[in-house]
Write a protein that binds this ligand. Structure first.
Ligand SMILES: [Zn+2]
Length: 170
């Protein structure tokens, strides 16, 4: 995957430029949730050559409005290491699913109140009821769908675009 090895001189912590680029890209966060694109399963492949960086991304949803922001953050991460490098983004439209989230990403999501679900029926994270009422198509963003629990009255968000939905506690 790493196609070039660059001299170590002058780079912080003795890391190669390629390592620094990987490190910077691994820190890029999703525009909507405080989780890295790597943990979310969106950032897939990174190839660093002498003049450019090829990045393959799988969006959580094809029309997700966060895409432009993700692309900008990825470019900025590369430029933060070497502004002379060209960033080439590839959007892979194979379907993203919540199974693409790394184990670390799952625990990050759960710490923030997101509960990965294994069925198409969202379950209330407060009381476990499946008696949820959709509250329109869109929540705070186009990637979230709000539901209200008929059992306990809690409001939850469903992360759209995943075959296995994620429910978040609002
Ligand atoms: Zn409930």
């Amino acid at each position: 995957m790493i196609t070039t090895s660059l001299p170590r001189g002058g780079l912080e912590d003795g890391m190669t430029k390629t390592e620094l680029i990987h490190q910077a890209l691994n820190r890029v966060e999703d525009p909507e949730i405080a989780i890295t694109l790597r943990d979310l399963g969106v950032l897939r492949d990174v190839e660093v050559s002498a003049t450019c960086v090829d990045v393959r991304l799988v969006p959580t949803r094809v029309a997700c409005p966060g895409r432009a922001l993700m692309a900008r953050r990825v470019r900025e991460a590369v430029e933060s290491v070497d502004s002379a490098l060209e960033t080439r983004l590839t959007w892979d439209h194979e379907s993203w699913g919540s199974s693409d989230i790394t184990p670390h990403g799952c625990s990050v999501l759960q710490e923030q109140g997101f509960v990965p679900e294994s069925s198409a029926d969202p379950v209330c994270p407060y009381c476990g009821s499946t008696n949820l009422r959709p509250e329109g198509s869109f929540g705070g963003s186009l990637c979230k769908r709000p539901f209200t629990c008929r059992n306990c009255g809690s409001t939850v968000d469903l992360l759209a675009g995943a075959s296995l939905p994620i429910v978040s506690v609002s």
